[in-house]
Design a protein around this ligand. Structure first.
Ligand code: AQP
Length: 332
């Protein structure tokens, strides 16, 4: 069976961007033609400083977000990365396959490091190499991600190809990013050119999956827009990033295309659209956040689910790691 792999960093609470760009699609891919493997990428989270107690909390919250959204630990493998040590081991092997020049081209590193590139962790720089290990450790071929992760999945292909070439094997498969739907890039509610992010400065920039109905309504109401009415066609949104973002969010939540949303709302102003969007978001997120809170009341149960998932992940990963060691010439 072909495998899907993806993950989310517990670097804070989940946002609507993580939900629409990732989790909702993880759920859609479950139970179909693929074996689905999803990971709470705690080792990726520490590429920037995480307070230990907050990391523990966020790991459980992200897990609760997966479960509450419909990831079923019986039909998907759900675990936290640090529990399967093969990730770190293969990550190191790939550090010796990947080239510094490749890492230098990663736009996410440039964005995150900013002017401070000398002061960030070495882990932040090597992040894509660990991500390649995450995916290739399961010989996964399909990687559902938001648009921001496309370059990292492409680098994973390069690492697989170089490994196969250097060792004259056909061992690691090519993988492809699965990026689709209107929400592949959910933008900040305050700036339509900036990605909605867990770690964005202001809470008003993002919808958190645990926000209550009033907060969600308030954030959409105060979200930045322009004075114009909605156009009849998507082309009319070309130079209106904030407006386009809200239409895309609506479309993703309603399982519609942007065109369909505009067929309904074209010609209308924000006074009509924003409350409708808020209502739709609340309708979707309220049951999920209620379930997340219920799950979070029993952290021991969450930990048990993660431990069981890690056992299943290990069963797939360990033979692939062992074979990699053998190919590379390690005495075991
Ligand atoms: N705004 C977004 N729109 C669409 N997809 C998004 N994703 C994240 N933000 C958006 C997708 O969610 C998955 C998990 O992301 P991650 O946690 O591994 O890292 P990230 O992309 O760096 O997420 P954040 O929220 O921006 O976290 P911080 O602020 O800590 O860096 C990925 O598939 C991602 O594409």
């Amino acid at each position: 069976t072909p495998r899907v792999f993806s993950g989310i960093k517990p670097s804070g609470g989940l946002t609507l961007g993580n939900y629409l760009g990732a989790i909702k699609r993880f759920v859609d891919m479950q139970g179909g033609e693929f074996e689905t493997i999803y990971c709470v990428a705690d080792m990726h989270a520490i590429t920037v400083w995480q307070d230990p107690e907050e990391l523990r909390q966020a790991t459980r919250e992200v897990t609760a977000g997966f479960l509450a959204s419909g990831i079923d630990p019986e039909s998907s493998v759900l675990f936290n990365q640090s529990r399967v040590s093969a990730h770190a081991e293969l990550g190191w092997l790939f550090n010796c396959v990947a080239r510094v020049g490749w890492m230098n081209r990663m736009t996410q590193f440039k964005d995150k490091a900013g002017k401070n590139a000398e002061k960030v962790s070495l882990g932040l720089y090597a992040y894509p190499s660990l991500m390649a290990a995450d995916i290739l450790l399961y010989h996964a071929t399909h990687v559902p991600v938001g648009e921001d992760q496309k370059q990292h999945v492409e680098l994973t292909r390069d690492i697989a190809a170089k490994f196969n070439h250097d060792y004259k094997v056909d061992f690691f498969p090519a993988c492809e990013p699965v990026i689709e739907g209107p929400a592949m890039r959910v933008m900040s509610l305050r700036d339509g050119t900036k990605k909605m992010s867990k770690s964005g400065e202001s809470d008003m920039e993002r919808i958190n999956m645990t926000d209550d109905a009033d907060t969600i309504s308030k954030k959409f109401k105060k979200s930045r827009t322009d004075p114009e009415v909605l156009p009849e066609e998507m082309e009319g949104l070309a130079n209106r990033p904030e407006a386009r973002n809200l239409v895309n969010i609506y479309a993703a939540l309603a399982n519609m295309t942007g065109e369909e949303v505009l067929a309904e709302y074209g010609g209308q102003g924000w006074g009509k659209f924003k409350p409708a969007l808020a209502e739709l978001a609340v309708e979707h997120l309220a049951p999920i956040s209620t379930e997340m809170k219920r799950l979070m009341d029993d952290p021991a149960e969450i930990d048990r689910i993660l431990a069981k998932g890690a056992d299943k992940a290990n069963e797939i990963a360990q033979p692939i790691l062992n074979k990699t060691f053998e190919i590379m010439g390690f005495v075991r």
